[in-house]
Design a binder for this molecule. Structure first.
Ligand SMILES: [Zn+2]
Length: 484
């Protein structure tokens, strides 16, 4: 998940306002003095990779298998293990050297989950109202027969503090922070997510410090079809662990409405279990470089997913794009100078154990990690790529950008982080990259039961494969090295 994003909508707004000057101001080509050239052979090979990607259905077939035949792949689950074995076997079939690199992952299992309002103003006698909710990943359970308590509603942490311990102790706290759909509609979905996800992440501990018995958060996402969005929470060491769930946005509105009129009590039942940490693996597969096999360009996505849907957009698509990259080079009999390393990361969703284990296990080889790409924002139409590192990197990739512009993907942006699994590599000085994807609707389905294969448009998946494979090929073949 990319947090830091450039101001795409502002650029569009400026272009509309000033009309002519922005054509100069936002032109992509560098000044002649800094013009970078690739050999005609390299340029033609990049174009071949791009074209073949736009015509291939390999990635979609891989994604369909991961989503439909294997299904949801939460860390520690049998499906996660099956996915590791499947991806490893497919990459071996392509002729790659495959290793399973061990990491210990949390093993959290969702149980029953139910919520109902049992008391509220003007209720019909002897009735309840069902609440659509889902446990947050990592949540502890309620007592086996559930708990019932009064609900208080806050919009942010300041309001929680203002309530104080006396009005929070013994209650269920609902954090009702809204996902800002207008931000998402304008291409700022990362910001919209970041603003609201904090309550899912640390809200339970904040409520528990004031004596709350459970915490609820308004689902972090758009598309109000009464779907709760799960996701990880992080208990603080200095607070009791209380059960926590996300409620559908409509149900958050309902509770807030009723609480504004009077006393509301809710029954909550959650029976998740946290089992001992499990052994799992990153799948690491090399297509050895022809001239500098020790230098590595990573192409990656994360293989684990939440359990409610089928992990198609998050992040089966990213894994399929990475697999397709290696498949294309094999299909076209292209062998880049540097080693292409396909990685399917484990445990991005609830621990980042895979990304951390890799950075730790390979810490002495960071100088040989030339670059790392991760795709983890769905598979919407790509507009170009993000880069994290020195600004000169974008200049060195100018000839690639010109090629990508032919498919409408010539935009480049420097950001502070491109993907959570490659972030430890970025912190160690490795330049990292991600496709810039149209993610305006990504958070409609993110972490819900609706993250299914139909949400991926096959043509847009091909476009993403073209961007990532062309970028990987340029990085693995260019004569220059990247500044770091
Ligand atoms: Zn993801």
């Amino acid at each position: 998940m990319i947090i830091h994003r450039q101001n795409r909508a502002m650029i569009i707004l400026l272009a509309a306002t000033f009309f002519i000057y922005p054509l100069l101001a936002f032109a992509q080509r560098p000044a002649a003095s800094q013009e970078v050239k690739y050999s005609p052979q390299l340029a033609s090979e990049i174009k071949k990779v791009q074209q073949a990607a736009l015509e291939s259905d390999y990635a979609y077939r891989q994604l369909a298998h991961l989503s439909n035949n294997i299904g949801p792949r939460l860390s520690g689950s049998p499906q996660a293990q099956a996915a590791v074995e499947y991806v490893a076997a497919e990459l071996r079939k392509l002729g790659l050297e495959v290793q399973l690199e061990k990491c210990m992952v949390p093993h959290w299992v969702r149980g029953e989950e139910a919520g109902a309002l049992t008391e509220y103003p003007s209720m019909a006698p002897n009735t309840t109202q069902k609440i659509a909710l889902t446990a947050l990943g990592g949540s502890v359970a309620t007592p086996a027969d559930g708990l019932t308590a009064e609900v208080v509603v806050v919009n942010n942490f300041e309001e929680l503090e203002a309530l104080g311990r006396n009005r929070v102790v013994g209650k269920i706290v609902l954090f009702n922070a809204k996902f800002d759909q207008r931000l998402a509609d304008n291409g700022f979905e990362g910001q919209a997510y970041g603003q609201a996800v904090i309550y899912r992440g640390i809200g339970a501990s904040a409520a528990a410090r004031l004596g709350a018995v459970a915490a609820l958060n308004r689902s972090v996402g758009g598309a109000d079809y009464r779907l709760p969005h799960t996701g990880a929470l992080r208990y603080a060491d200095d607070a009791p662990k209380i059960p926590a769930a996300a409620v559908a946005s409509e149900d958050a509105d309902l509770i807030a409405h009723l609480v504004s009129e009077g006393k509301v009590r809710m029954r909550l039942l959650l029976t998740p279990q946290t089992l001992p940490d499990a052994v799992s693996y990153n799948v690491v597969a090399d297509l050895k470089g022809s001239e500098h096999p020790e230098q590595i360009v990573i192409v990656s996505g994360h293989l684990d997913s939440w359990d409610l849907g089928r992990g198609a957009i998050d992040d089966g698509a990213g894994v399929a794009i990475a697999m397709q990259t290696a498949q294309l080079f094999k299909q076209l009999h292209l062998r880049p100078k540097r080693t292409i390393r396909v990685i399917a990361w484990m445990n991005e969703e609830n621990g980042l154990a895979g990304g951390r284990a890799y950075a730790n296990d390979h810490k002495d080889e960071m100088a040989n990690h030339f670059a790392a790409i991760e795709s983890d924002l769905g598979a919407g139409h790509p507009l170009g790529f993000y880069a994290q590192g020195k600004p000169e990197i974008l200049t060195l990739l100018q000839p690639l950008t010109v090629i990508l512009q032919t498919q409408g993907a010539g935009v480049t942006r420097l950001v502070e982080e491109t993907g959570s699994d490659v972030a430890p590599l970025g912190a160690a000085g490795v330049p990292t990259f991600a496709p810039i994807q149209d993610a305006r609707t990504y958070f409609n389905y993110h972490h819900t039961a609706a993250d299914t294969l139909d949400k991926v448009n096959p043509k847009e998946l091909q476009e993403n494969c073209a961007v990532v494979a062309a970028l990987a090929y340029a990085l693995a073949s260019m004569t220059q090295s990247l500044p770091r």
